[in-house]
Design a protein around this ligand. Structure first.
Ligand code: ADP
Length: 511
């Protein structure tokens, strides 16, 4: 191989470097590393383009100068360069990272390797020096470090492969209460509650992170002052270039407040569920109680009615007017009680029995109701013409609902007013059929319109308008059980329109 000197690689005279052309070309082509040779005293003996690029010196400016030129004054004062050569001479190699100075005085963060060079007799004849500019990486790392250190809402720290803490940010300090110098080097199980430590939870966490590449969990942790907090934790393994796990990063958040809130909500909803269950139980018991009471009341009632009738028929000749009057009152009261019991039974039966919902004809139901009215009642009633439509419901139940509404319409009017009740069927909304019962009666003030649908809610005395106060409660419950809706439009002295709506049956099947 030719030994003629390359134009850019300059080798100082007197230094016996056995440089081959290929080797020189290689060194010359390297831009990212400063590769040069020092003599035994540390004087620069060669220079490559990489060195020129990031140290700023041309070959002729620097060859023959001492390599301490590149060191900061501080390092020079400590004779760091001399010490580095000493280490390289003794050990064979010296590696370091640190600040170095360019020709223009600016600094750069360098990774440095100095290697001892020996001749065939084992005598040191100089040193090879390879320097890399890591400034950009260092800036990025520093920015990253600052970023992490600045985070206060999260404890971000790292562990070595065994779980000992190797870094600590301000969030960790804030949340856990330890300063970096107090905790770095200690095992992360320090933060676990004793129960978890004895159950070997910390080891399992690292194991899971190792096996699954990630661990996420929540649990109680202990602060430096011994208080506990509920934490949300993410653990991620850190790997080197060969894929070997060298440690873990750990991010912990204090979510005690959220946990408290969630616990509170859960407690409330459990309480609520319990209360609802209790109430349902009580309601069911009450219903069954009132059902059996009503049911059992009928037999003695029938006896009262029967014997009073017998008394009136067989003994009226021995009773004076006063006694007859009393007897009449017994008979009336018994009849009223009979009605009350009957209504209550109807009402509670509505929730006790299953209603098999079917397609039913609106016209058939209305015809049936009209048929059951007395001729006098029929006189007052008008059914508006309509195209029949089929609805989803339970025929006897819908008939009962309409009957209750019509009888109320016939009943609640001023004595001097001739009553008029109009029944109509309409489609207020696609999918729904509305049955309306309109009267010209006394009307209902808005503030009473809700409560009249409750059992026994009446707005008048029994002498004024007879009734039990159960009719509209039946309307409400029956409509609900047929998946329908109900309502009233009314004002005092303006008449009322009560309505119920049921779902229309499929159009294709309606006639
Ligand atoms: P009842 O008719 O046996 O009294 P309801 O439950 O059917 O019981 O009605 C409850 C109350 O609502 C009635 O007592 C009355 O005060 C009022 N009400 C119901 N329907 C009408 C109506 N069409 N016009 C005026 N008030 C009515």
């Amino acid at each position: 191989m030719s030994k003629h000197a390359d134009s850019t690689t300059v080798i100082a005279p007197g230094i016996p470097v056995h440089s081959e052309e290929i080797f020189r070309r290689l060194v010359d082509s390297v831009q990212d590393y400063a590769i040069f040779i020092l003599d035994t005293q540390g004087y620069i003996a060669s220079w490559n383009p990489g060195a020129e690029r990031f140290k700023g010196y041309k070959a002729h400016e620097i060859i023959g100068k001492h390599f301490s030129t590149f060191y900061t004054q501080q390092d020079k004062d400590k004779d760091k360069p001399g010490w580095e050569l000493k280490v390289a001479s003794e050990v064979g190699r010296f590696e370091d990272e640190g600040w170095r100075v360019r020709k223009d005085g600016t600094r750069f963060w360098a990774s440095v390797v100095i290697t001892r060079i020996k001749d065939d007799d084992g005598k040191i004849i100089g040193f090879g020096k390879i320097t890399r500019d890591l400034s950009e990486r260092r800036v990025a790392e520093q920015r990253y470090r600052l970023l992490i250190e600045g985070v206060t809402d999260y404890a971000i720290y790292s562990l070595d492969a065994e779980g000992n803490i190797t870094s600590w940010n301000s969030g960790a300090e804030r949340i856990k209460g330890y300063l970096a110098e107090e905790i770095i080097g200690r095992h992360f199980s320090t933060f676990y509650v004793p129960e978890d430590v004895s159950a070997k939870v910390p080891a399992r966490v690292l194991q899971r992170a190792r096996e699954e590449g990630h661990y996420e969990g929540e649990g109680w942790r202990v602060r430096k002052d011994g208080t506990r907090f509920w934490s949300s934790v993410v653990v991620t393994p850190l790997k080197d270039e060969t894929g070997q796990i060298t440690g873990f990063s750990k991010i912990t958040r204090d979510i005690t407040e959220r946990k408290k809130l969630i616990d509170e909500i859960q407690r409330h909803s459990q309480e609520l569920e319990l209360r609802i269950a209790e109430r349902e139980q009580t309601n069911a018991e009450l219903e069954s109680f009132s059902y059996s009471v009503s049911h059992d009341l009928r037999a003695p009632l029938r006896a009262i009615e029967g014997f009073s009738e017998a008394l009136r028929e067989e003994y009226s000749h021995v009773l004076d007017d006063n006694a007859k009057d009393y007897l009449q009152q017994v008979i009336t009261a018994a009849a009223r009680m009979n009605q009350l019991v009957q209504d209550l039974l109807n009402y509670s039966r509505l929730s006790r029995t299953d209603l098999a919902l079917q397609e039913i004809s609106a016209r058939a139901v209305i015809d049936r109701v009209v048929h059951d009215l007395t001729p006098a009642q029929q006189e007052c009633l008008t059914v508006e013409a309509f195209h029949d439509v089929r609805v989803i419901g339970h025929e006897p139940t819908l008939a009962q609902v309409l009957m209750n509404l019509i009888s109320n319409g016939l009943k609640f009017h001023a004595p001097e007013v001739e009553c008029r009740v109009t029944v109509s069927v309409s489609r207020p909304q696609p999918g729904w059929v509305r049955f309306s019962v309109q009267d010209n009666g006394i009307g209902i003030a808005p503030e009473h319109q809700q409560r009249i649908f409750q059992v026994f809610e009446r707005l008048h005395g029994i002498e004024e308008y007879p009734g039990t106060g159960v009719g509209l409660a039946i309307v409400k419950r029956a409509t609900e059980r047929m998946d329908g809706r109900y309502g009233v439009q009314s004002a005092r002295n303006q008449g009322s329109t009560f309505w119920v709506e049921l779902r229309a049956a499929q159009e294709s099947r309606s006639k």
